[in-house]
Write a protein that binds this ligand. Structure first.
Ligand code: CO8
Length: 257
C-alpha cells in the first residue's frame, strides 16, 4: 500500500514506521492517523512481525497535532466527531511498539510517543506539552500519561508552562528508557525490537498486558492478574522449550515467534 504521510518498511521481523511530513515537522493530521491505523493493522495481521518501531525525522518525531487543521474547528465539530478518539486504537496496539525519538516530540507528538510501550531518545530529543501556549490543553493523553510517567510535579510544570525538557531530563524523569547518540538511535531501537521479536510471542504479549495493568488497577488486583498470566504460560510449548534450553545450555527454538 502507498502511504502519503508515512514510510512503512520491514526489517527482518520488525515493522518500521517513519512519520514523513517534513514540511510540517511531522505534525499529526487526520491522514497521519488513518495511515498509522492501516500500518498498525497490517503489522498486527502479519504473523512474521514481532515488534514495531515508530520514528520520525532527525529534526522532529512530531511537533504536535496539526495546528492549521485544528484552528478553525468549533466545539460542535470536536464533540460530534469525538475528535482524537481514533488515536485510542494506536494506544491499544497489541504488539510492542518502541518510539525512537529524535528532535521535537511536542503536544500530540509527545503523546504519541507515550502511547508506545517505551521511548528510546536521541540526545537531541525535546519533549513538551505546549498546548497551554495555544489556549488549549493536552488532548491525546498528555495530562494523564505524562503524570503517570513522571509524577505530578514535573507533569504540572510541563503542562502549565509548556516548556520543553531535553533528553537528559526526560531520562532522569523516567519518560524515556534510554538516551543514545543521534546516529545510533534507529539501530538501538531496531535492535531492541528485534530482540523482542525473537522471543515467544504469547509471553511478550502477556508481559505487555501485565505492565499496562499496573497503571490501571490496584496492586492486589495487578498481582493477581500477573500471577494468572504467569500460570497460563505453563500451558505453552514455548515455556517448556525456553526452560529446557536453559537447562541444556542452548538457545531456545521458540515455536510462537
Ligand atoms: N502544526 C502544523 N504545522 C506545524 C506544526 C504543528 N504542530 N509544528 C510546526 N509546523 C510547521 C510550521 O508552521 C512551519 O511551516 P511553514 O514553513 O509552512 O511556516 C514548519 O512546520 C516548520 O516549523 P517552524 O518554522 O516553526 O520551525 P522552528 O524550528 O522555528 O520551530 C517548533 C520548531 C518549536 C517545533 C515550532 O514549529 C512549534 O512550536 N510548533 C508547534 C508546537 C506545538 O505547539 N505543538 C502542539 C500542538 S497542539 C496538540 O498537539 C494537541 C494534541 C491533541 C489533539 C491531537 C489530535 C491529532
Amino acid at each position: 500500500m502507498a502511504y502519503e504521510t508515512l514510510i512503512v518498511e520491514t526489517r527482518g521481523n520488525v515493522g518500521l514506521i517513519t512519520l514523513n511530513r517534513p514540511q510540517a515537522l511531522n505534525a499529526l493530521n487526520s491522514m497521519v492517523l488513518e495511515e498509522l491505523k492501516q500500518a498498525y493493522a497490517n503489522f498486527h495481521a502479519d504473523e512474521a512481525i514481532g515488534a514495531i518501531v515508530l520514528t520520525g525525522s532527525e529534526r522532529a518525531f512530531a511537533a504536535g497535532a496539526d495546528i492549521k487543521e485544528m484552528q478553525p474547528l468549533q466545539f460542535a465539530d470536536m464533540y460530534k466527531t469525538e475528535f482524537i478518539s481514533g488515536w485510542d486504537e494506536i494506544a491499544k496496539a497489541r504488539k510492542p511498539v518502541i518510539a525512537a525519538v529524535s528532535g521535537f516530540a511536542l503536544g500530540g507528538g509527545c503523546e504519541l510517543a507515550m502511547m508506545c510501550d517505551f521511548i528510546i531518545a536521541s540526545e537531541t530529543a525535546k519533549f513538551g506539552q505546549p498546548e497551554i501556549t495555544l489556549g488549549v490543553i493536552p488532548g491525546m493523553g498528555g495530562s494523564q500519561r505524562l503524570t503517570r510517567m513522571v509524577g505530578k510535579s514535573k507533569a504540572m510544570d510541563m503542562v502549565l508552562t509548556g516548556r520543553m525538557m531535553d533528553a537528559a531530563e526526560a531520562e532522569r524523569a523516567g519518560l524515556v528508557s534510554r538516551v543514545v547518540a543521534p546516529e545510533r538511535l534507529l539501530d538501538e531501537a531496531l535492535a531492541a525490537a528485534a530482540k523482542i521479536a525473537s522471543l515467544s510471542q504469547p509471553s511478550v504479549l502477556m508481559a505487555k498486558e501485565a505492565v499496562n495493568r499496573a497503571l490501571e488497577t490496584t496492586l492486589e488486583e495487578g498481582l493477581r492478574f500477573e500471577r494468572r498470566l504467569f500460570h497460563s504460560l505453563f500451558a505453552t510449548e514455548d515455556q517448556k522449550e525456553g526452560m529446557a534450553a536453559f537447562i541444556d545450555k542452548r538457545k531456545p527454538a521458540f515455536k510462537h515467534r
